[in-house]
Write a protein that binds this ligand. Structure first.
Ligand SMILES: *Cc1c(COP(=O)(O)O)cnc(C)c1O
Length: 439
């Protein structure tokens, strides 16, 4: 193996703009609706939660949006992220397929989430915000926002789902190290948290409840804004840096993808990798297959309905047109914590409706089997979320073997699993089980 397996970009080759797929959809995305009037939401409703620049990005029809120099400067701590040929995995699978992966696990928080945390903190700072409130499940988003807030000098107040707060203390400690305040949700900090606790003092919490607490916190504290780590259009926009880099890195590798796999929880890392390639499908007639991979136990895009639904349990957010399992859905506690969300980003849902992407669901044992195979050949320990994309890619590579066909496969590896070793322990010791959405 004398050929280079890495394809990197010089600083002067780096993308300078994010890509907004809303400019190229053949049919416009249905707008978010006000929960009371059911009329499309007006910007002023959203500026209670977000600074004006982010609201403008949320609704922007512009194709390319410039990445501020200050944001590019912070990105340069870890970007461009690696793009590698998984030559050893190919060999282990004895496949004629060429497998590449785009690895976001080198960011300070270990996932793709700082790609949007950094610009969100930056735009808030510019708008005079003093403090950000947010929710986090297992802590990937919380630690990303905590890092971004420390870079731009903002306070950060985080509602962390209680079961993770107690069972997964390491990301909580990372958030605290970055200077954030972390509450176990449901908490006594908000009316909604107190209400949930009154009804069920032993409540383990959920992402929906934590979102409701963070929104209430924002409304009640002047100088505070809210930040969301997935689902929304502006989050998908910021994540497009992943795909923009990957397109340039594929050119260096001298190949074009046939199939692209990304894991999908709220949909943002998938959108980030996929949307620049979706643009090429729409504007250049490319035939890429682009596949969102989700857990069988929380199958919003493969089994959920496409309809208007709330983003949170307390029904405070605007209604979004999305694939949803219903905002009251309580996913089983699978190890890929970042994929336990009842809905799918409206933009990703819209892509599915228009036939621009496909979706599949994988059970967790299969996912961990592939994660271990990947780790043993490539060295990187995939995050349990990312391992969903690995599992689907491994199956595709095996199909190539039986069909004796070369295909170029790209995996979006959204993060590393170094803080998820307890999940690997559970797999390696035979304690992991598959749970269905109905369990
Ligand atoms: C949060 C997270 C996800 C899921 O979120 P998306 O918005 O669907 O990208 C996936 N992978 C990792 C590593 C995460 O931290």
């Amino acid at each position: 193996m004398s050929k280079s397996l890495q394809f990197t970009l010089r600083a002067d080759e780096m993308p300078t703009h994010w890509y907004n797929l809303n400019a190229d959809f053949p049919e416009p995305l249905p707008p978010p609706l006000h929960p009371g009037t059911r009329e499309p939401v007006t910007p002023d409703l959203m500026t209670a939660l977000f600074p004006e620049v982010l609201v403008a990005q949320e609704m922007s029809p512009e194709r390319h949006i410039e990445i501020p120099a200050e944001v590019r400067d912070v990105y340069s701590l870890y970007r461009p992220t690696p793009f590698l040929r998984a030559a050893r995995l190919e060999k282990a699978l004895q496949t004629p397929a060429h497998i590449y992966y785009k690895y976001e696990g080198v960011s300070p928080a270990g996932s793709h989430k700082p790609n949007t945390a950094i610009p969100q903190a930056y735009y808030n700072k510019m708008a005079g915000t003093k403090r950000l409130a947010t929710e986090t499940g297992a802590g990937q988003w919380g630690s990303s926002l905590a890092f971004a807030c420390s870079v731009f000098g903002l306070q950060c107040n985080i509602y962390m789902v209680k079961v993770s707060f107690h069972q997964k203390p390491y990301r909580k400690l990372l958030m605290q190290t970055y200077g954030a305040t972390v509450h176990a949700s449901p908490s006594n900090e908000t009316d909604y948290g107190r209400k949930v606790l009154a009804a069920d003092p032993g409540s383990n919490g959920s992402l929906g409840v934590a979102i409701s607490e963070a929104i209430e916190d924002t409304m009640k504290h002047p100088g505070t804004k809210y930040a969301l780590g997935s689902v929304l259009n502006h989050v998908c926009l910021h994540q497009s840096i992943i795909g923009e880099e990957a397109i340039l890195q594929m050119e260096l590798a001298g190949e074009e993808p046939d199939v692209i796999f990304g894991c999908a929880g709220g949909g943002s890392n998938f959108a980030g990798l996929a949307f620049p390639f979706v643009r090429k499908k729409i504007t250049e007639g490319k035939k890429y297959r682009i596949v969102a991979v989700e857990p069988a136990s929380c199958p919003s895009i493969t089994k959920g309905e496409l309809r208007y639904d709330f983003g949170d349990t307390a029904e405070t957010t605007p209604l979004m047109m999305m694939h949803t399992l219903g905002h009251a859905f309580m996913p089983p506690s699978i190890h890929a914590g970042g994929l336990r969300y009842h809905g799918m980003a409206p933009m990703v849902s819209h892509c599915r409706k228009l036939g621009l992407i496909e979706a599949v669901a994988y059970p967790q044992l299969k996912v961990f089997e592939s994660a271990v195979l990947f780790a043993r050949n490539e060295g990187i320990l995939p995050a349990p979320e990312s391992a969903h994309a690995v599992a689907a890619a491994v199956d595709e590579a095996i199909r190539c073997r039986s069909e004796d066909r070369k295909r170029v496969i790209v995996i979006g590896l959204s993060g590393n699993g170094l803080l998820d070793l307890a999940a690997y322990d559970s797999y390696l010791t035979g304690h992991m089980h598959d749970t269905g959405a109905d369990d």
